[in-house]
Design a protein around this ligand. Structure first.
Ligand code: G3P
Ligand code: MG
Length: 233
């Protein structure tokens, strides 16, 4: 079962920052998940629609200018990384799951992904783009037919994982509250990987393993790995 560092190792360093990515790499996470949003012609790694929680100010992230994003500090300390620097930092050392949070220019994103492969040691197997917006994923897949895409769902659809197969996704990413053995079996019968978010507690980690989940998003990759290895509970 893959250990996917959710927003980096976000229990140990501020989410979606270089510190969180370095910590995830240090703890040998199998993958790092990041959230992206666009401002002007730059793609940034940032989760929230609003600035209040992460940067203690009013307003929306997407309404900032690039200069304002450059001045922003997460929890008063950490700059907001660009997607470009994040790709260069991770350098294909683990799987990178890029989650589309805002209406990003998909041509621009496709350029970043091509550069990740040609200049930063990524390949088809180490890049995965996911979103709750399946229209964006469909368009991106048309631009980059070889790209692996992950269909996110916050619930358990009537047709179980059929929507992800229809999308020609590689994986389906489902909320911890709604994943069942039936969902996992259905996804596997369609050739899909199943990743579950967000799993931090030992009981949940064991349950995911028992029902055959392929990967879990966790805020605490080191602890999750220890639980999987039976080193703690
Ligand atoms: O990609 C899995 C998970 O990150 C989706 O929810 O809100 O944490 O981005 P959220
Ligand atoms: Mg996310």
């Amino acid at each position: 079962m893959l250990v996917i560092a959710h927003r980096g190792a976000s229990a140990e360093a501020p989410e979606n920052t270089v510190a969180a990515f370095k910590r995830a790499l240090d703890t040998h996470a199998d993958a790092i998940e990041i959230d992206i949003m666009q401002v002007e012609d730059e793609i940034y790694v940032f989760h929230d629609r609003y600035l209040r929680r992460l940067a203690a100010q009013p307003g929306r992230f997407i309404d900032l200018s690039k200069a304002q994003v450059a001045a922003l500090r997460i929890f008063s300390q950490h700059p907001v990384p660009t997607l470009k620097e994040t790709i260069a930092l991770i350098r294909g050392r683990c799987l990178l799951n890029i989650e589309l949070k805002s209406d990003v220019d998909l041509e621009l994103l496709a350029e970043h992904l091509r550069d990740a492969e040609s200049e930063h040691a990524f390949n088809t197997e180490t890049l995965l783009v996911s979103s709750f917006n399946h229209h964006w994923l469909q368009t991106l897949k048309q631009l980059l037919p070889e790209l692996r895409i992950g269909a996110l769902t916050a619930g358990c659809p009537l047709g179980l994982a059929r929507f992800a197969e229809d999308l020609q996704a590689w994986s389906v990413h489902i909320d911890i509250g709604f994943v069942t053995q039936a969902f996992v079996s259905d996804a596997h019968s369609r050739g899909l990987q199943v990743f579950v978010y967000t799993v931090d507690e030992p009981e949940d980690i064991q349950f995911m393993r028992d029902i055959g989940v392929d990967g879990i998003f966790t805020n605490h990759p080191q602890h999750t790995r220890n639980v999987l290895l039976g080193h703690t509970n």
